[in-house]
Design a protein around this ligand. Structure first.
Ligand code: NCD
Length: 308
C-alpha cells in the first residue's frame, strides 16, 4: 500500500470520507470487533503544543484497537529543546512506530515532517492553519446527528481568524451541495482572506456578521462555537478585550431554532455557559466521543488494515 498522510481534510475525497465515517459508525456499534485490529502496532503522538482531547483521543483510539502508544506531550520534553528539526525527529520516530500524529505551533510543520517520514503522519493541528482530525470528528458528528450535509446552514462563531478548526471545517463542508455559512465574529477576528477567497471562488454563499442574536441564529442548523485563541494573540490586552465577546447562555438558546445543534471543538472557556450543557441541542460532549471513533477509523485506514 502506498504511504499516505493526512494534512488537510481535502486529502480524502468525499467518497473516501463516507467510507471512513461508515467505518467509525460501525466501530461505535461493534467495538469488540475491532479490539485487536492493531495488535503489535504503535502510534507515536508528537505534541509540541498543549492538548487534552486530540492527544488522548489518538491514544485511546490506538489502545481501543489493541495497539500501543509512545510519544511526548511538550516540546520541552523532546529533543526539540536541543534544537532538533521536526524532519529529523520524524525520521527517527519512523523507526520506532507504525503511525504518528503531530501537533505543532508552526503552520506546515507536520507537512515538513511527513516528507521525511516512512510511516503515515497525521496533522493533529498546525498553528492557526488546519486541524483535519477535528474536522473529521465534526463531520461525523453532523452526519450522525443530522443525517446529511447537503443544504445545511452552518454558523461559525468566535475566533474565526486564529481558529484552525474553523478553517478546516469550512474547507471540508464547501464540497457538499447547497451549504451556506454564517460567519459570526468581531471585526478583528474575521476569517483570514485566503479562506474567504476560497469560498468566493467556489461560489459558496456566506455572510459575515458581528452579532449572535435571534436574527443571526434563525436559519441555523448548526452553531459551531469556538474559543478565542489566547496563545495566538500578540498582546494580552487584545485577548482580554475579545475573550468574552460571545457567551451562549440559556437566554440566547431560548431564541435559537428548536433543531439547531450546538457544536464546539472544546476546550470551552466562557463562550458557552455550563447551563447550556443540559439543553438537548448541546452536542459538544457527544462530539468529543465521536473523535475517538473517527480516529480509530483513520488509524485503520492509513495502516491499510481491514477488519472483516
Ligand atoms: C482545538 C484546537 O486545538 O485547535 N482543540 C481541539 O483539538 N479539540 C480547539 C481549541 O483549542 O480551541
Amino acid at each position: 500500500m502506498a504511504l499516505r498522510h493526512l494534512m488537510s481534510p481535502l486529502d480524502f475525497s468525499t467518497g473516501e470520507l463516507d467510507k471512513l465515517m461508515d467505518l467509525a459508525n460501525d466501530i461505535e456499534k461493534y467495538p469488540q470487533k475491532y479490539a485487536h485490529a492493531c495488535a503489535g502496532k504503535k502510534i507515536a503522538t508528537l505534541f509540541y503544543e498543549p492538548s487534552t482531547r486530540t492527544r488522548l483521543s489518538f491514544e485511546a483510539a490506538m489502545l481501543n484497537l489493541g495497539g500501543s502508544v509512545l510519544g511526548f506531550h511538550s516540546s520541552d520534553s523532546s529533543s526539540a529543546a536541543k534544537g532538533e528539526s521536526v524532519s529529523d525527529t520524524m525520521r527517527i520516530v519512523s523507526c520506532y512506530a507504525d503511525i504518528a500524529a503531530m501537533r505543532h505551533p508552526k503552520e506546515g510543520a507536520p507537512l515538513v515532517a511527513s516528507m521525511k517520514s516512512m510511516i503515515p503522519v497525521i496533522n493533529a493541528g498546525d498553528g492557526g492553519h488546519q486541524h483535519p482530525t477535528q474536522t473529521l470528528t465534526d463531520l461525523l458528528t453532523i452526519r450522525s446527528l443530522k443525517g446529511h450535509f447537503e443544504g445545511l446552514t452552518i454558523g461559525l462563531c468566535g475566533d474565526l481568524k486564529f481558529g484552525r478548526t474553523v478553517h478546516s471545517l469550512i474547507n471540508a463542508l464547501s464540497r457538499y451541495d447547497n451549504i451556506r455559512f454564517v460567519l459570526i465574529s468581531p471585526e478583528e477576528l474575521r476569517v483570514p482572506s485566503y479562506v474567504r477567497e476560497a469560498m468566493r471562488a467556489q461560489k459558496i454563499p456566506f455572510e459575515e456578521v458581528v452579532k449572535l442574536d435571534e436574527e443571526t441564529m434563525k436559519d441555523l442548523d448548526i452553531l459551531y462555537m469556538t474559543r478565542v485563541q489566547k496563545e495566538r494573540f500578540f498582546n494580552e490586552e487584545d485577548y482580554l478585550r475579545m475573550k468574552d465577546f460571545y457567551i451562549l447562555d440559556k437566554e440566547k438558546m431560548d431564541l435559537a431554532p428548536k433543531k439547531m445543534l450546538v457544536l464546539h471543538p472544546l476546550p470551552r472557556v466562557n463562550e458557552i455557559s455550563v447551563e447550556v450543557d443540559n439543553d438537548e441541542r448541546a452536542a459538544y460532549f457527544k462530539q468529543a466521543q465521536y473523535g475517538v471513533y473517527i480516529r480509530m477509523a483513520l488509524i485503520l485506514t492509513l495502516l491499510g488494515l481491514e477488519v472483516k
